[in-house]
Structures are given as structure tokens and as C-alpha cells.
Ligand binder design. Structure first.
Ligand code: MG
Length: 259
């Protein structure tokens, strides 16, 4: 086999692999923190810095929670810190939403992501190391199909306020179209209602980076005439790219990164 043929084969295999593992955690970049020698308090501080850097998108891309911070992330996710962080992000989103004078044409829109934005997969991640284990698509899909993912309370409150203010709610998720029925049931059972549109990944969107897929969908919304005033998501790939909202609200998520 010539070198050129080998190159083609390698390119094809790489492409196939990236098709198989589209957006979740596709980056082989473990952050090795040499904290073994440090005092507990120092480790805690370092892990807070790691978490802050993640939220600020300075770590991008990252693959898993560093093992030294697994306990820290577990404590954060189960403690008041996560709840308060969710509350302040949603409260500020609500303040912004109220401050805008909406037009009468029904085209003022607010976009919500679903996982770790409206619904919390914490029960799943609690059983899978809180982001310390490498993401497993098949296991996570099984969990999604159970349809028992609870609401994030502070987000549900924002969602209600957004609807009552007269925004059109558009749900834009990285979940695939095959999960539509269970996702609808799950959302309704968790208290969400009256969304204008629920957009899931179709076969055409397979393999696209989330930031591309979501930008394309927001661009389609704009072509339909919507003005995207707000966008809530737990990943920067929910919020960045093109056709971005007037204001974006980043919810905390130190468990995983999606590009
Ligand atoms: Mg999400």
C-alpha cells in the first residue's frame, strides 16, 4: 500500500471515529494536577480555581474532572454552592428578561438548552463519578430513555417567568431526535409547558460540533423572524458561535464539557 493510500485510510478512520463520537467529551485532554502532596485546604482551593476556570471557558476543551478534584466536584454538586450558582444565574436572567420591552408581534424568543439547564442529570452523574468517569454514550442514552430526569427548580421558575412575560420559548438540545417522545414526557412531568418549539439533533446534524449545530438552528430561528433576546445553557457551546442572543446566561456545570 502506498503512503498516500495509508493516509487516505487513516483520514477515513479518523472521520469515522469523529462521526461515532460527535460532541461529547471528544478531546483527549486530561488535566493532570499534581496535588497529592498538598494540604486538604490547598487542594480545595486549587479545585475551586479549576472549576472557576472551567466556568469561565478558560480550560476549553477538557475531557474529565481531574481525579484530585473528583471529591470537590461531588461536594459542590450536592451542596448549596451549586444551588446558589443556579439561583443567581437564573435570577439575573429573569431581571434581564423583565427589563426588555417586548414587541407585540410574538417574535421575541428565549432559547433554553435542556440537560443541566432545565433538567438535572445529577442522579445519573452521581452514579458515574460526577464527571470523573469518561462519558459513556450508551449508558447515558439508557438513562435519558427512562424519562425521569428532574427539573432544576431555579430554571423552572425562570421558565415560568419567561412565558408569563410573553416570550416564545424555544428548546434547543443536543439530544437526538430519537429521544423526542421521552424528552417531551419528561419535560411535562417535570413541570415545563407551552414551549413554542423543541429542536433536537436530526440525522443531518449528526457529527456536528454542538456550537455549529446550535448556531445553525439559531440562524434558522432568526430567518423565521425571531429576535433571540435570551439564551440559557450550561455549556459555552450553547451560547457562543453565530446568531447569538442579546444576553446569554451560563449555568454552572463542572461535570462535563461539550464543544
Ligand atoms: Mg446542557
Amino acid at each position: 500500500m502506498t503512503i498516500f493510500k495509508l493516509f487516505l485510510l487513516f483520514s477515513f478512520l479518523s472521520f469515522s471515529f469523529s462521526e461515532e463520537t460527535p460532541n461529547h467529551h471528544a478531546f483527549p485532554r486530561p488535566l493532570i494536577l499534581e496535588y497529592a502532596e498538598l494540604e486538604e485546604e490547598e487542594v480545595s482551593l486549587r479545585c475551586r480555581s479549576w472549576r472557576f476556570a472551567g466556568e469561565a471557558n478558560n480550560l476549553s476543551p477538557w475531557k474529565t474532572v481531574p481525579k484530585e478534584c473528583a471529591e470537590h466536584v461531588k461536594e459542590y454538586m450536592n451542596g448549596k454552592g451549586y444551588v446558589y450558582d443556579l439561583e443567581i444565574a437564573n435570577k439575573e436572567a429573569g431581571e434581564f428578561a423583565k427589563s426588555v420591552k417586548l414587541k407585540e408581534d410574538g417574535l421575541d424568543a428565549w432559547v433554553f438548552d435542556i440537560d443541566e439547564t432545565l433538567l438535572s442529570n445529577l442522579p445519573y452523574y452521581a452514579a458515574h463519578g460526577y464527571g470523573f468517569e469518561v462519558f459513556d454514550h450508551a449508558k447515558f442514552d439508557d438513562w435519558v430513555e427512562k424519562g425521569v430526569t428532574p427539573a432544576i427548580e431555579a430554571s423552572l421558575k425562570l421558565y415560568e417567568d419567561i412565558l408569563n412575560l410573553g416570550y416564545k420559548v424555544i428548546l434547543l438540545t443536543g439530544r437526538s431526535e430519537s429521544h423526542r417522545a421521552v424528552t417531551v414526557d419528561n419535560l411535562i412531568n417535570a413541570g415545563f409547558r407551552d414551549w413554542h418549539q423543541l429542536i433536537l439533533r436530526s440525522s443531518d446534524d449528526k457529527g456536528k460540533l454542538a456550537v455549529i449545530y446550535k448556531s445553525e438552528k439559531r440562524s434558522e430561528m432568526e430567518k423565521e423572524g425571531f429576535r433571540i433576546l435570551g439564551n440559557s445553557g450550561d455549556q459555552w457551546s450553547d451560547l457562543l458561535g453565530s446568531s447569538v442572543s442579546v444576553r446569554s446566561f451560563k449555568l454552572p456545570n463542572p461535570m462535563y464539557f461539550i464543544a
